[in-house]
Design a protein around this ligand. Structure first.
Ligand SMILES: Nc1ncnc2c1ncn2[C@@H]1O[C@H](COP(=O)(O)OP(=O)(O)OP(=O)(O)O)[C@@H](O)[C@H]1O
Ligand SMILES: [Mg+2]
Length: 248
């Protein structure tokens, strides 16, 4: 089966530093794929390349859903179904949780070139409730995002990313800064996501990785060090060594 996403020979340099030094990665439909590795390994850079925010050097390609999307920017890739949350939470703090989701849902609230009763905004509002419910935020729908707990803001960002109707959801350290209880809640919510959405998860919290992922890729120094099932990765001496050397 052709993968949903295929990244081939991606290279990104910052001056003399090779942030990505020829990385290959595939994500299949519905897969839960985790990307782990020490600080500075290139994980966020790889998500940026997949989302279209960072251009790799010539030669590297990103194919999504059967097409070469290497030359498309982030908005065009989002329209094709690649949505993301960032390493630093990004919500509109003065808007309520519902309003944040409505804003995120607007561009794809209505099927393209279709007339819709009540228009785009009504359609977006209609979608916000179920998305908040799905992300465990129904009770705080009318609370300004700035007043939400950190874990709830993370959940809100995921609801916003889902509002883009992704086929591939890119999550960059969704558990960072969360308490153990909040991580547990996040695991439950992510496990409940429909399989129509594939997930590429960057995470240092290995408990979350092992609870969620069916495939794990390990990056180190901009290169793929290992890839396999969670059990293979957990017991790999190579991976243990990489973490012993590099994790903050
Ligand atoms: N805009 C930039 N300019 C210069 N160097 C950068 C830039 N972005 C990333 N880097 C460098 O590229 C390397 C890879 O960074 P990246 O953020 O992808 O790592 P990461 O695996 O996400 O790390 P972390 O786990 O700390 O988030 C690092 O050495 C980083 O300092
Ligand atoms: Mg990062």
């Amino acid at each position: 089966m052709t993968p949903l996403l295929t990244v081939q020979d991606v290279r990104v340099r910052y001056g003399s530093l090779a942030a990505l030094a020829g990385v290959d990665l595939s994500v299949h439909d519905g897969q839960r794929h985790a990307l782990i590795g020490p600080n500075g390994a290139g994980k966020t850079t790889l998500l940026n390349v997949i989302a279209g925010a960072t251009r790799p050097q010539r030669g590297g390609t990103v194919r999504f859903d059967g097409r070469d999307v290497s030359r498309l920017g982030p908005a065009a890739r989002a329209r094709r179904g690649i949505n993301r949350i960032h390493q630093r939470p990004a919500v509109f703090s003065t808007l309520t949780a519902t309003e944040n989701v409505v804003v995120a849902a607007l561009p794809r609230a209505v099927p393209r070139r279709r007339w819709w009763p009540g228009g785009r905004r009504r359609a977006a509002q209609h979608r916000a409730g179920p998305l908040l419910e799905q992300m465990g935020l129904a009770d705080v729908a009318s609370v300004p995002a700035g007043h939400l707990a950190h874990g709830q803001r993370r959940q809100l960002e995921i609801a916003m990313a889902l509002a883009g109707r992704p086929r591939l959801l890119l999550l960059d350290e969704p558990a960072s800064g969360l308490s153990a209880t909040e991580v547990g809640r996040l695991v439950d919510l992510l496990r409940a996501l429909p399989r129509a959405v594939a997930v590429l998860l960057v995470e240092h919290r290995l408990d979350l990785v092992y609870a969620l992922a069916d495939t794990v890729t390990v990056l180190r120094d901009g290169q793929r060090l290992a890839a396999g099932t969670p059990d293979e990765i957990r017991t790999s001496p190579l991976v243990r060594q990489a973490y012993a050397d590099g994790v903050a």
